[in-house]
Design a protein around this ligand. Structure first.
Ligand code: ADP
Ligand code: ADP
Length: 227
């Protein structure tokens, strides 16, 4: 079963008397176990698409199913629960809490879900080990390099074991060697557990070589060959 099934998505923003169509009939089907990049010119609708798939925004019309859930039918509370449990988010500027250590940052999604520290800590340490940061678990973000901070963010995104990871320009703030390492890690994360989808918006020229699929967004639509 496809992890993402989007059909004819339209997203309009009303700006005074004008209407901007960020998405204009975008259709897309994405399977799990893949590392997929979303590319296209600035203003094409990439972020809007990612936000709708992550249940942060709702389409004006069209249908969107993610991991079997009809996102258009969710209440605000249900959408919030969906985001916390079923989606992992990775950002360009990492979004780590500066006062917390690496393992505390990674544990945060489980602690916010009212799960015990006794459960959360060993899982956080395992995930940090998996992303190659065993020796950095007690460091704060300011004591880590950009690549290490992004690894912490990737570990955090895996904490709730989501079926889908959404990454918005994850290498945008990294030098090219570090960026390539982060892309390799994201690829591993997509392929390791069989059915996890990693979906990344990127301008990184190196992405096409490592991704299983490249989806091009143009003028609010998905290029036909990519749908
Ligand atoms: P991309 O990520 O490809 O650069 P976006 O999805 O951010 O594109 O934006 C697509 C279009 O929708 C752009 O014309 C943008 O200006 C417009 N847009 C995006 N978000 C909003 C918003 N909150 N309000 C008004 N217009 C928006
Ligand atoms: P709640 O609604 O329970 O306060 P949030 O929706 O704020 O929870 O957060 C749930 C998840 O969505 C978090 O993992 C957070 O990183 C992500 N998130 C929240 N707002 C945004 C945003 N504007 N862009 C990208 N991700 C976001």
């Amino acid at each position: 079963m496809a992890v993402v099934e989007a059909s004819n998505l339209v997203r309009e923003y009303r700006m005074g008397t004008e209407t901007v169509r960020a998405l204009d009939g975008a259709s897309l089907s994405l399977d799990g176990g893949q590392f997929v990049s979303v590319v296209g010119p600035s203003g094409a609708g990439k972020s809007t698409l990612l936000h709708i798939i992550g249940a942060l925004d709702v389409p004006t019309s069209g249908s969107i199913r993610v991991d079997g859930t009809d996102l258009a039918a969710l209440s605000d509370d249900e959408a919030s629960t969906f985001r916390r449990h079923r989606v992992g988010f990775i950002f360009q500027f990492f979004n780590l809490v500066p006062t917390l250590t690496a393992w505390e940052n990674v544990a945060m999604p489980m602690l916010l879900d009212s799960q015990s520290l006794r459960r959360a800590k060993p899982r956080a340490l395992d995930l940090l080990d998996r992303v190659g940061l065993r020796s950095r678990v007690d460091h704060r973000p300011s004591e880590l390099s950009g690549g290490q901070m992004q690894r912490v963010a990737i570990a955090r995104s895996l904490m709730m074991d989501p079926k889908i990871l959404l990454a918005d320009e994850p290498t945008g703030n990294l030098d090219s060697k570090t960026g390539t390492e982060v892309l390799a890690l994201l690829s591993e994360v997509a392929h390791e557990d069989g059915d996890r989808l990693v979906l990344m918006v990127t301008h990184d020229a190196g992405a096409a070589a490592i991704c299983d699929r490249v989806v091009t967004v143009r003028d609010g639509r998905i290029d036909g060959r990519d749908a």
